[in-house]
Design a protein around this ligand. Structure first.
Ligand code: ARG
Ligand code: ZN
Length: 896
């Protein structure tokens, strides 16, 4: 059944408080719930339930009994069914008691209450609470919770839930209990409990107003040596939210718990965040610099949800981006501040570039396919399928545009007003927009279209210089190009687009900008507001024909079309004062050249890359005024999936040939530079996870990766083997192993065998590192003689492989299906057959994870005819076999 935003109706009943009692036993946990229920005075009469029927949601539950005001309900007054519990003739206000049971031990969906490594965990967002107990499991029903946990003390020494611990003690038969109280009203999706054999590191800090807070990171005992970074990240997050937004931690106690079986990254349950181990555990032996950065970002993200998500939550799931877009924006700003401080624009740009890469590669692709939807979707079948790049990443760009329009101070004024108006409420994206508008005295009616229109906007740019009048005009025209059907339906009119622009003179310096009608020039970057379908902006006093620097710092999530020459791009790459656009110029140049190479590869013509292009990249690589982290990003060619997406018909083999050719060309032509960079960016001595040290490692390891592509990879093999053996950190060890895998692919040797075996033995006890071992092999290059599908199939039978652990399934299956395009899209269709098998197998265990995997074929219509046909067959095979609503929605939309 399709759920529509337009059908929203306030709940007929409200639940003000709930007391939950759990008797935790893996096979049959008994849950007793006591709720204060009353009719909702604000429920619209038109939508109100007929009479006083109360419909509670429930799934996979065993109903035991119910009572109203202490009187057991007779049969006929209450009915348990597949979707929940129906209670007839409910009074206006009453106490409802319900007893039910669930089987956590058999719960492979990892939604609701489940067991992982012998411990109990919960995941309730979006609709998992109904798998724990019967409830009004919707975010606009907010209640206070008291939770009593009872369990065997030896097996489950630690008992945690939201809020504050108010009581604990012993029970007969070796059991014990703990009672928790959360003083804040919350929706059911923020409920959590954890029980088991866990240990914590603790810190006590004082928050801004001087109150003492207990911070804890809970893990399995053998992981205690990997918690420091998460704890530091939490402390930094708390400080940052106080400083940047004046938001203080509101509980006496804040806990993070790591679990190895988890569907997503992490969950912001009030006071009890539950995390995938991947986003908690780190030390230099096991985690890369990227892992350290991701942990900081995700810890920040979940912590920031405490205000943006928990204190102010979503009225309904169509408003998901209200909390996710805003919280991603906040975590991006946090990471940028941690990397570069508030003012070092070049350092901040590194984070911005990384985020935009992800957006373009993943969200633009989503927006071009059958799953395209607005930031605030209009309908869904399964809400779990809408935790998407659009809701999260594009949603964050939409929030960022308010800050681009109003500045940091204006954005802060809007945030302050948002909390002043809505603290403690469940609200909508419109409420947020109105707070931003009112706090800044602006009418933002047109801006609403960013929430309701799907598809990636395209801005085509025309410029004209009048030397006599010294006027330079820039004409911007917006549209959506040939959007997918799913997107086109939503497109109603022009957007308000903040478009940051600069003009660069022949000397490479920015020109002071004066728009027609202004008394004097001010600044060198201006945010002009495009509101019409087409508009011309004229700059005056322009003494020479400038080069435009367009959409600086990626001021809006759009595609800019402008015909730069190769020379102009090389010039921007060398001179643009906007670091983002400097990077962007290199990417444009590379994309153009790579697509030309791909076309030649398709036509069977010989491949060649201009010396001038190589020279442009060589200049960035060796420009010592640029940070190593920036140079690393600048030298990274656009990914194969991004390039394929730019073709009229995606041809992964041609793209792979083109990109490999260019990598080889850069490897050979710049070999001396790569070797000297490899030497000069070594980070000897003790490992340091700082952004600077990480930047050196990134550039050094990029050099190693390029050297591995050289015609003679002997240097690379020698350096990589030494680096592998001597590494004192995972960044260098994993990079060395990757380089060995690449070198053996180019040289046709088995240079990586020894290191691969050593890596496995060395880290056998570290699941997150073994995930890397699987992923590195699944994403390796492969060749006609050694197709990666054969390696992947063999690894599926490895004793360490299991479909039941999402991280492990992702490390092998998703890495192959979503991150190794040329091997996955092999012409014989073997990749698709494998995909179909795995989607069906996962569907029976874990629909959410299966649905994610199902999405790797959704762009099938955009491929060459031969591949397209094979993909359609595979999709139809899956459509005929899957059971879950999750996967069904994906494959049906893909085939529609
Ligand atoms: N709210 C979580 C976060 O972004 C994501 C949880 C989503 N879980 C799910 N099963 N859909 O931090
Ligand atoms: Zn989130």
């Amino acid at each position: 059944a399709v759920i529509r935003r337009a059908d929203y109706a306030a709940p007929a009943f409200l639940i003000d408080s709930v007391a939950l009692e759990f008797d935790l036993v893996p096979e049959r946990t008994i849950v007793k719930s006591t709720m204060r229920v009353r009719r909702n005075p604000d429920a619209g009469a038109a939508h109100g339930a007929p009479g006083a029927r109360l419909e509670l949601m429930g799934e996979a539950l065993e109903f035991i009994g119910a009572a109203i005001d202490g009187k057991a309900l007779p049969e006929g007054a209450v009915r348990a069914h597949e979707h929940g519990l129906t209670i007839e003739h409910a009074p206006d206000a009453f106490t409802l008691t319900i007893e039910s049971a669930c089987d956590a031990g058999a719960n492979t969906t990892l939604s609701g209450l489940y067991v992982s490594s012998g411990n109990f965990f919960t995941q309730c967002e979006a609709e998992g609470f109904r798998r724990i107990t019967y409830f009004l499991d919707r975010p606009d029903v907010m209640a206070t919770y008291t939770v009593t946990l009872r369990a065997d003390k030896a097996a489950y020494p630690v008992l945690l839930s939201n809020g504050n611990l108010i009581e604990e003690g012993e029970l007969p038969d070796g059991r014990h209990f703990a009672k928790w109280e959360d003083p804040f009203k919350k929706p059911s999706y923020l409920f959590a409990l954890v029980a088991g054999k866990l240990v914590s590191i603790d810190e006590r800090i004082r928050s801004g107003s001087g109150k003492e807070k207990l911070l804890q990171v809970w893990v399995e005992p053998h992981d205690l040596d990997k918690t420091r970074h998460a704890m530091d990240s939490l402390i930094h997050s708390i400080r940052w939210d106080e400083e940047r937004f004046g938001l203080e931690l509101d509980l006496d106690r804040f806990m993070i718990v790591a679990v190895s079986d988890f569907n997503m990254g992490a969950m912001e349950n009030k006071g009890l965040n539950i995390f995938n181990t991947k986003y908690v555990l780190a030390n230099q032996e096991t985690a890369t610099d990227t892992d350290f950065g991701n942990i900081e970002a995700v810890v920040g993200h979940e912590y920031f949800h405490n205000w943006t998500g928990n204190r102010v939550t979503c009225r309904d799931w169509f408003q998901l981006s209200l909390k996710e877009g805003l919280t991603v924006f906040r975590d991006q700003e946090f990471s940028a501040d941690m990397q570069g401080g508030a003012t070092d624009e070049a350092a901040r740009a590194v984070k911005r570039i990384e985020d935009v890469r992800v957006l373009r590669q993943m969200q633009f692709a989503e927006d071009a396919g059958p799953m395209a939807h607005p930031v605030r979707p209009e309908s869904f079948v399964e809400i779990n399928n809408f935790y998407t790049m659009t809701v999260y990443e594009k949603g964050a760009e939409v929030v960022r545009m308010y800050q681009t329009l109003f500045g940091r101070e204006g954005f802060r004024r809007g945030m302050d007003l948002y909390f002043k108006r809505h603290d403690g409420q469940a609200v909508t994206c419109d409420d947020f927009r109105h707070a931003m508008a009112d706090a800044n005295g602006r009418d933002l009616a047109q801006f609403e279209r960013w929430y309701s229109q799907a598809g990636t906007p395209r801005i085509s740019v025309r410029t004209a210089y009048d030397a006599v009048a010294q006027r330079y005009s820039v004409t911007l025209a917006q549209g959506y190009g040939d959007a997918s059907n799913a997107a086109r339906e939503t497109q109603k009119g022009p957007l308000l687009i903040p478009f940051a622009i600069g003009l660069i003179g022949r000397d490479g310096k920015d020109i002071a900008l004066r728009l027609e009608g202004e008394a004097e020039a001010k600044g060198t970057t201006r945010v002009i507001e495009l509101t019409e379908q087409e508009q011309t902006f004229t700059f005056v006093d322009v003494k020479e024909a400038p080069l435009p620097s367009l959409l600086r710092n990626f001021s809006a999530p759009v595609i800019v079309e402008y015909d730069y020459t190769n020379d102009e791009l090389a010039f921007l790459l060398a001179h643009d004062s906007d670091p983002f656009n400097r990077w962007e110029a290199g990417q444009r140049l590379a994309t153009r050249e790579l697509l030309a190479l791909a076309a030649r590869a398709q036509a069977g013509e010989p491949l060649a890359l201009d010396d001038s292009t190589v020279a442009a990249f060589s200049r960035v690589l060796t420009d010592e005024t640029l940070s190593p982290a920036f140079r690393d990003l600048a030298m990274m060619l656009p990914s194969e999936s991004y390039l394929a997406e730019q073709m009229a018909e995606a041809d992964p083999a041609a793209v792979h040939a083109a990109r490999q050719f260019a990598r080889k060309r850069l490897a050979n032509a710049l070999k001396r530079d790569w070797l000297s960079i490899y030497e000069s960016h070594a980070t000897p001595g003790a490992y340091e996870p700082s952004p600077e040290a990480a930047g050196h490692r990134a550039l050094k390891n990029l050099a190693l990766a390029y050297l591995a592509e050289a015609d003679d990879p002997a240097d690379a093999i020698r350096l990589a083997n030494a680096q592998y053996d001597n590494a004192n950190n995972m960044t260098d060890r994993a990079a060395a192993l990757a380089a060995l895998l690449a070198a053996s692919a180019s040289a046709g040797t088995d240079a990586a065998e020894r290191a691969l075996e050593d890596f496995y033995r060395r880290f056998e006890q570290e699941p997150l590192v073994i995930d890397k071992w699987f992923a590195l092999q699944a994403t390796q290059r492969g060749s006609a003689q050694r197709p990666v599908i054969d390696i992947v199939r063999k690894l599926m039978a490895h004793p360490a492989f299991t479909l039941r652990n999402p991280n492990r399934a992702r490390s092998l299956i998703f890495s192959f299906c979503a991150a190794n395009p040329s091997q996955f899209h092999s012409a014989d269709g073997s990749g698709y057959a494998f995909w179909a098998e795995q989607v069906v197998a996962l569907d029976a265990l874990n629909p959410q994870v299966a649905a994610r995997l199902a999405r790797s074929l959704e762009l099938w219509r955009r491929y060459t005819p031969a591949l397209r046909e094979k993909m359609r067959e595979a999709l139809e095979r899956v459509a005929g076999q899957v059971k879950s609503r999750d996967v069904r929605e994906i494959v049906e939309k893909a085939l529609a």
